[in-house]
Design a protein around this ligand. Structure first.
Ligand SMILES: Nc1nc2c(ncn2[C@@H]2O[C@H](COP(=O)(O)OP(=O)(O)OP(=O)(O)O)[C@@H](O)[C@H]2O)c(=O)[nH]1
Ligand SMILES: [Mg+2]
Length: 210
């Protein structure tokens, strides 16, 4: 019998450290000596807000007023146990083609080559169907075979009665199992512990590359 209570936090945050940013696919990154999980999604999808809620910090990752600004992959070390990487948001209309290509090269290079990467948490806005750029991203993730968890963000903006319909529709659209999708709200905290548990399980997996 387990002595843990049902309310035990699957991911207690004891120590957090910002390690730095990776600006190009062959540029600086921290030593890959801990398992790693990436967070990706469209610009403005709620990534910084989700990371803050997950880590129980008010403003650790910056919540931006200016979408499309962050062009680096930011690395955080959590509890000296794993690295969390915050990928630049894609799909922002008001950037040049050249800039978009640079981001794709950076993100794809990072995801392809990071030896300790265990998977990605991919964010989709719970209110809207996945966009063309979301589909491109999921096709890339399927192509390299990277284990993927999907968080449906801003779930507080969807009526409770509609939420399960949105989950079913998004799962069908992305060709995923419904239980790979986690409704999440940075405002109410919905989905925080479920996501934390899924991430802990993902980090415990052996590399998918072998
Ligand atoms: N209602 C609601 N609003 C949210 C939620 N998460 C984020 N937002 C809002 O959505 C906007 C974008 O949030 P961010 O967390 O900065 O999104 P991001 O994906 O990090 O954005 P970029 O880094 O600029 O690409 C902000 O105005 C947030 O307050 C949520 O769960 N519910
Ligand atoms: Mg952000």
């Amino acid at each position: 019998m387990s002595l843990e209570t049902h309310s035990a936090d699957p991911l207690v945050i004891r120590r957090l450290e910002f390690l730095g940013g990776m600006a190009s696919a062959d540029g600086w990154r921290p030593e890959p000596d801990l398992p790693e999980v990436a967070f990706g999604g469209r610009s403005n999808v709620g990534k910084s807000s989700l990371i803050n809620r997950l880590l129980r910090r008010k403003s650790f990752a910056r919540v931006s007023q200016y979408p499309g600004k962050t062009a680096e992959i930011n690395f955080y070390r959590v509890n000296d146990e794993f690295l969390l990487t915050d990928l630049p948001g894609y799909g922002y209309a008001r950037v040049s083609k050249e800039m978009r290509l640079r981001w794709a090269t950076l993100i794809e290079g990072y995801l392809r080559t990071s030896a300790m990467l265990r998977g990605i948490v991919q964010l989709i806005d719970a209110r809207h169907p996945p966009s063309d750029s979301d589909h491109e991203m999921f096709a890339f993730l399927a192509d390299i075979g990277l284990p993927t968890i999907v968080a449906l963000t801003k779930a507080d903006k969807v009526k409770n009665a509609d939420l399960s319909k949105h989950v079913v529709a998004a799962a069908r659209d992305l060709g995923l199992d419904q239980d790979q999708l986690i409704p999440f709200s940075a405002i109410t905290g919905t989905g925080r512990d479920e996501l934390a548990e899924a991430i802990v399980a993902l980090l415990a997996q052996p590399s998918w590359r072998t």
